[in-house]
Ligand binder design. Structure first.
Ligand SMILES: [Zn+2]
Length: 197
């Protein structure tokens, strides 16, 4: 067997975040031992996500159907909208299994110094959605760091005149951390301990 094809796979895998050369080598040799079907499933999942992934026109989560599975699920409570920064945050909260409402993904957090002003995020889309369909509660689940807090405060100010109950997740998540990397228990506690703001 030519060493080049393994070497090529290792090089490709090191492009992934958090994957150093050693891990890439381990993964490459693991993939080598997989049944052909399973290896093809991995490869085609990567191609599939690039070819078919788009944003839900309602909540801006990543989806292959529009509206997404959560927005079009009649068993979800559309009176409760959980606002998050990134689609990966939706996945994290879904893993806890305790939130039965719907989402709104901002596709980022405010960071004026980096040029991320409110118009760069899906904030207007959220406000317009709430004007057309007022809900009972908006849960601000942006990250508990400076940008996330700034974003939550900004949205809170916009929601005040609309008389919509606004809550912020807080308890359980360490300050300066990222929702994406929180474990299910911590994230569940944070959601349960949300407070009015
Ligand atoms: Zn959606």
């Amino acid at each position: 067997m030519s060493q080049n094809i393994i070497e090529n796979l290792v090089t490709q895998l090191t492009k992934l975040p958090g994957i150093g050369r050693k891990t890439a080598q381990r993964l490459a040799f693991f993939i080598l031992t997989l049944p052909a079907e399973e290896a093809k499933d991995i490869a085609s999942a990567i191609v599939d996500v690039k070819e078919n992934a788009r944003f839900c026109s309602n909540c801006f989560n990543i989806t292959d159907v529009d509206p997404c599975a959560i927005c079009s699920d009649p068993s979800r409570d559309s009176n409760r909208i959980c606002v998050v920064e990134e689609p990966s945050n939706v996945l994290a909260i879904e893993r806890t299994g305790i939130f039965k409402g719907t989402y709104h993904v901002l596709l980022g957090a405010l960071s004026p110094l980096d040029g991320i002003t409110p118009d760069k995020l899906k904030i207007n889309a959220l406000i317009n959605k709430l004007k057309d369909n007022p809900v009972e509660e908006v849960i601000l689940a942006t990250n508990p760091n400076t940008k996330g807090e700034m974003t939550a405060r900004y949205i809170t100010e916009l929601l005040k005149p609309m008389n919509i109950k606004t809550s912020r997740i807080a308890y359980g998540l360490p300050i300066g951390s990222d929702i994406e990397f929180a474990d299910e228990v911590t994230l569940s506690k944070a959601l349960e301990g949300r407070r009015d703001i």
